[in-house]
Design a protein around this ligand. Structure first.
Ligand code: NAD
Ligand code: DAU
Length: 350
């Protein structure tokens, strides 16, 4: 079957992995990637598909309702995979308004554009919203399931929970065919180096301190980005409208243990004496309201779609480290200019 899919945020970390997968795997689909190219969006992430016949890139803002209407009409869009967002928790603590605008209002605008284009016939249509496990808050024991009550605790997670509620509301109030997935922490190539794993790799490469928040005891469940993209593919094709699917890697790590592991890997890769990178670890002031633990139960997506993570952590970390070591131009490009000012300001008070 032919599909005309609007992917938002396709020039970001996860979005570029999803665009790459869909463009290559489904030559009969038209993939339209709408991205504003904020500091986190980068067309270098998509060099290998940019000339593909079934791919179109449009630079634009999901807040621009007129642009959205034109795109739905011009490309007869029948499905949306919505990833565009402000995605970094630390930034949300400094600038919550921007997160509310992009993540909540932007999602509402996209829903309204889909509603306006599709309301006479919802047959064969799908609005797929990409959310996060952070909307469930922090869990000390057990796992988040799809029925866990939402308890967002940072401006970022509050804005994502807000957008989730609007997707549910459009499904419930207008019959919009919609599905939501909530994934744990992703890692892999092309992740902007403000997030834990690429930040540590980049700092080790440059012999800079490795800022571990608080005591480093917070726990995250890590999933390789291409496994997330495959889960999105599975849910897009066989998820049920009106449902939520949790995605995770069953791969929990305390931050400090993960940073120490990265230090060991990097010492070997850089031919440095064992223990060299570890000496860069610096415990800094904790993130305000820092959620202690995220942990996902992915049983539903596994049983309903047959998806499973394929990349074990040792392999995924090795692939990731190798990618950053051989893409120093990409790293230098994305960390130049504004980012450096942001980084120095962010870490000055820690
Ligand atoms: P990212 O920050 O790397 O990329 C976000 C992309 O959205 C960028 O390309 C940016 O230019 C674009 N964008 C931002 N505002 C826009 C706007 N107003 N209009 C159009 N484009 C805009 O984010 P990511 O880590 O790839 O996350 C993608 C999605 O997945 C987000 O919705 C995030 O909440 C969710 N998510 C992320 C993770 C993770 O670990 N990174 C885990 C679960 C869910
Ligand atoms: O769980 C899914 C979420 O994972 C996504 O929805 C978010 O978009 C994504 O950014 C990520 O959020 P986290 O806050 O968990 O990711 P981050 O990489 O910022 O931090 C991971 C952990 O490492 C967290 O406990 C904070 C800690 N940390 C982070 C940074 C950047 C440090 O100790 N030092 C650091 O410098």
């Amino acid at each position: 079957m032919k599909r005309n899919i609007l992917i938002t945020g396709g020039a970001g970390f996860i979005g570029s992995s999803v665009v790459r997968l869909f463009v290559k795997k489904y030559p009969a689909y038209r993939i339209v990637n709408l991205d504003k190219l904020t500091y986190a969006g980068n067309l270098e992430n998509l060099r290998d598909v940019e000339r593909a016949e079934n791919y179109t890139f449009l630079r634009g803002d999901i807040l621009d309702i007129e642009l959205l209407a034109t795109i739905f009409q011009e490309y007869t869009i029948d499905s949306v995979i919505h990833l565009a967002a402000e995605s970094h928790v630390d930034r949300s603590i400094h600038n919550p308004d921007e997160f509310a605008l992009t993540n909540i209002i932007g999602t509402i605008r996209l829903l309204r554009a889909a509603q306006a284009a599709w309301h006479t016939n919802f047959q064969g249509k799908l609005f797929y919203h990409i959310s996060t496990d952070e909307v469930y808050g922090s869990v000390t024991s057990g796992y988040f399931t799809e029925t866990t009550a939402l308890d967002p605790r940072s401006p970022y997670s509050a804005s994502k929970a807000g957008s989730d509620h609007f997707v549910v509301a459009f499904n419930n109030s207008y019959g919009m065919p919609a599905v939501i997935s909530r994934c744990s922490n992703n890692y892999g190539p092309y992740q902007f180096p403000e997030k834990l794993i690429p930040l540590m790799i980049n700092n080790i490469m440059h012999n800079k301190p490795l800022p571990v928040y608080g005591k480093g005891e917070n726990i995250r469940d890590w999933l390789y980005v291409e496994d997330h993209a495959r889960a999105i593919d599975a849910i897009f094709h066989s998820g049920r409208s009106g449902e939520v699917y949790n995605i995770g890697g069953n791969n929990e790590w305390r931050n400090i243990d993960l940073v120490k592991l990265l230090c060991q890997i990097m010492d070997k890769k850089l031919n440095r004496p064992e223990g060299t990178s570890g000496r860069l670890i610096t415990f800094v002031k904790d993130r305000p309201g820092h959620d202690l633990r995220y942990a996902i139960d992915p049983a539903k997506v596994i049983s309903e779609t047959g998806w499973r993570p394929e990349t074990d952590f040792a392999t995924g970390l090795e692939l990731t480290v190798d990618w950053y070591l051989s893409n120093t131009e990409w790293l230098a490009h994305v960390t130049s200019g504004e980012y450096l000012k942001y980084y120095d300001k962010m870490y000055a008070n820690r």
